[in-house]
Design a protein around this ligand. Structure first.
Ligand code: BGC
Length: 429
């Protein structure tokens, strides 16, 4: 029997990040990375989806599909183009977006930092230096003071582990460093930033008379499986990778305790620093060495990532054990350039969540429109709405229609399964 029911009170929508959709020539770390020739398909974040000008059209499509929630981010470099110079027009612009979402009945969740830094911050050492924490906090506080009356739910920082690993250990993202100790330093500084931000957002909202605030960080989690479960080296390396990449930083950002390798920077106390279990989930890693790889002969997406639906529950459960609370899947989605298996992907991941014991309250699909996928630029499509980048024409995909149907019915019926999912197959590679 195919099909399932959504959890009671579970809301569904989509997630995005400013740099990936907004467009515009902004002096930030990813524009700089593009200018250094690092984007594999040569595309620039200055084009993206031109969402900064077309957001009304995008919100109208969200409404048409019945999306109930929308996670989106502000661009720090737009709000604070030079240190301590704030662009009031940019803040007013984001206010208008938030007001419109609320009028449409779509509940916003606001991300303050999603991978991108203004160049003035990058040039002074970014999150590698604890002396820079006040600069980040200044931006965060100014933004929350300007927009906070319109938003109840926040992500302080998106995926500090991915940011630190790609930018400071693999050297593939800005600023291109390859050093274990720098990676750990960045994770530690970001932990402090998250905790200070958590406290600041609650404080600012309380001062304005709001007590219904929910704050977390978007936690990239994956399953770490030894390539050969009876090889003790593989088993040990899988545990070690999991600890370094996600377990310690999850504990630190949720509780203020700092297990190795995270170092405590500053004077925060042990406590509760996450109001929801916030998981970004995409795939699982197969571990036999220090690099993460994928298993062979398993379902894969168009970037070669394994499609492993039960992992979404395993990861959310892991984080729930550390800090129980309502589960917000703050990102989940896949690169499917021709939209030929995304309905099945959605079905399998939502089904796993809805049939689990977890109190799943939000599911933000990554993402709404195809967008600028960091190193891969425009070449990797994750959206439920297709973008023709040259004309900026938006076209709802089959997967968008499927998600709309799931929201409308709060369930996937056998009939709906037959229409959207039955004939879709994953590539096994
Ligand atoms: C990031 C997104 C990204 C997505 C797909 C997540 O790690 O938060 O910005 O587009 O993965 O790669």
């Amino acid at each position: 029997m195919n099909g399932f029911r959504l959890k009671e009170n579970m809301l569904i929508g989509s997630a995005s990040a400013a740099t990936q959709v907004d467009g515009g020539e902004i002096f930030h770390s990813w524009q700089d990375w593009y200018e250094k020739g690092k984007i594999t398909d040569g595309t620039s974040p200055a084009r993206a989806n031109d969402h900064y000008n077309r957001w009304r059209e995008d919100y109208a499509i969200m409404k048409e599909l019945g999306l109930q929630i929308c996670r989106f981010g502000v661009e720090w470099a737009r709000i604070e183009p030079e240190e301590e110079t704030f662009d009031e027009a940019a803040l007013a612009h984001y206010r208008e977006q938030l007001e419109t979402l609320r009028t449409l009945g779509i509940k916003p969740l606001l991300t303050l930092h999603h991978f991108t830094n203004p160049m003035w911050f990058e040039n002074k050492g970014g999150f590698e230096k604890e002396e820079n924490i006040p600069a980040f906090m200044n931006f965060a506080q100014k933004t929350v003071e300007a927009l906070g009356d319109l938003v109840e739910e926040y992500i302080t920082i998106n995926e500090p582990n991915v940011y630190a690993l790609n930018g400071y250990f693999f050297g593939e993202w800005p600023p291109g460093e390859k050093s274990f100790s720098k990676m750990v330093k960045v994770m530690s500084v970001m932990t402090t930033c998250h905790i200070l931000c958590y406290e600041m957002i609650h404080r600012v909202r309380r001062e304005h008379g709001f007590d219904n605030t929910m704050v977390g960080f978007a936690n990239h989690m994956r399953v770490f499986t030894p390539r050969n479960a009876s090889n003790p080296v593989h088993v040990a390396l899988a545990r070690l990778s999991e600890k370094i990449f996600q377990k310690s930083i999850t504990i630190a950002c949720c509780t203020g305790k700092c297990p190795w390798p995270i170092k405590k920077i500053g004077t925060y106390k042990k406590g509760k620093y996450s109001d929801f279990v916030s998981v970004n989930y995409y795939t699982r890693s197969c571990i036999s060495g220090l690099n993460s790889a994928f298993f062979d002969h398993v379902p894969k997406n168009d970037l070669g990532w394994e499609i492993y639906p039960e992992g979404i529950v395993q990861c959310a459960r892991e984080m729930y054990k550390i800090m129980p609370g309502p589960v917000y899947i703050t990102e989940n989605g896949t690169c499917d350039n021709t939209d030929s298996f995304r309905c099945r992907y959605l079905y399998d991941h939502l089904k796993a969540l809805c049939e689990s014991e977890l109190p799943v309250a939000r599911y933000y699909h990554w993402c709404f429109t195809d967008n600028f996928e960091w190193l891969e630029g425009e070449s990797a499509r994750f959206g439920i709405v297709h973008i023709d980048y040259a004309t900026q024409k938006r076209t709802i995909k089959k997967s968008g229609r499927f998600l709309a149907q799931v929201i409308k019915d709060s369930t996937v019926t056998e009939e709906c399964y037959d229409i959207y999912v039955k004939n879709e197959k994953y590539n096994v590679l």
